[in-house]
Design a protein around this ligand. Sequence first.
Ligand code: MRU
Length: 332
Amino acid sequence: MHVTPLRWEGGVLFLLDQRLLPREEIWVACRTANEVAASIATMVVRGAPAIGVAAAYGMALAAERGDDLDDAASTLKRARPTAVNLAWAVDRMLRASRAGADLTREAELIHREDVEANMRIGRHGAQLLGERATVLTHCNAGALATAGYGTALGVIRAAIEGGKHVAVFADETRPYLQGARLTAWELQQDGIDVTLITDNMAGHFFQQNRFDAVIVGADRIAANGDTANKIGTYTVAVLAHAHDVPFYVAAPISTIDPDCPDGTAIPIEERSAQEVVEVFGSRVAPEGIAVRHPAFDVTPARLVSAIITDRGVLRAPYESSIAALFEERVHA
Ligand code: MRU
């Protein structure tokens, strides 16, 4: 059984505190939508699909307590702006409430569907890898970032389960170190061959032809295929392009925002300077220094070799492959 970042027990949402991993495994109990929103904002739980599922349970908690659902929805949506899965899950819960559905059951359904979507992403994506492959990944798009199994790491898991020999290089992913702390930890738990590098080592290993593919997750994919993901992803995509290495984005269709025309319309979260000037509470930069901290960047669609979704592998031109996917859903 792979790690899971959240569980619903006795009407309480328990979140594995990802700020403390891999040193400690502590579960945080959330009993209100406000507590869930705070856990999303402070990154107790993170990763686009995982925050969507957590927010769905936040709405269920609000309904259970008789809180105002529109208030709960806006508090949850404000917690982090870039991952569209958050708004997608909250809006789905609002629609379910208007239709008179049981919100706990709806959240459980969103939870289950996300695991199933990841398994399908894994199956579609595994076909893109050769019998032996070394894959570079950035940030953590694994079981910890979803309801389980993972998107980018789900592809790697599915390929290995299918008998392929896949080794992973994980970028440490400054400043929050999702690669060093989370990807390294969860792959190690599964006995998957993983090598940790700092972000600025990637170019060196591309030059040495070390990588057969890059696979990353996404926080929001625009209608033209432009993709927002963890800061540093664009740099990796440029390197992959320069070295003729395929660059794959793995994401469920709940990460595609058909109302967002291109990457310029994606809101980019700016996080606190403290996360840049400090490493685990120790200051590494001089007092008073100017700091910027965009938490995500946008990789233009022309650098994306394919988007691996739960509905199959999309290729350029993405305007039409994405539009066709949403057409199918309308007619499904
Ligand atoms: O700031 P984070 O850790 O929430 O950022 C997460 C990412 O950028 C992931 O790659 C993305 O959410 C996809 S997770 C399957």
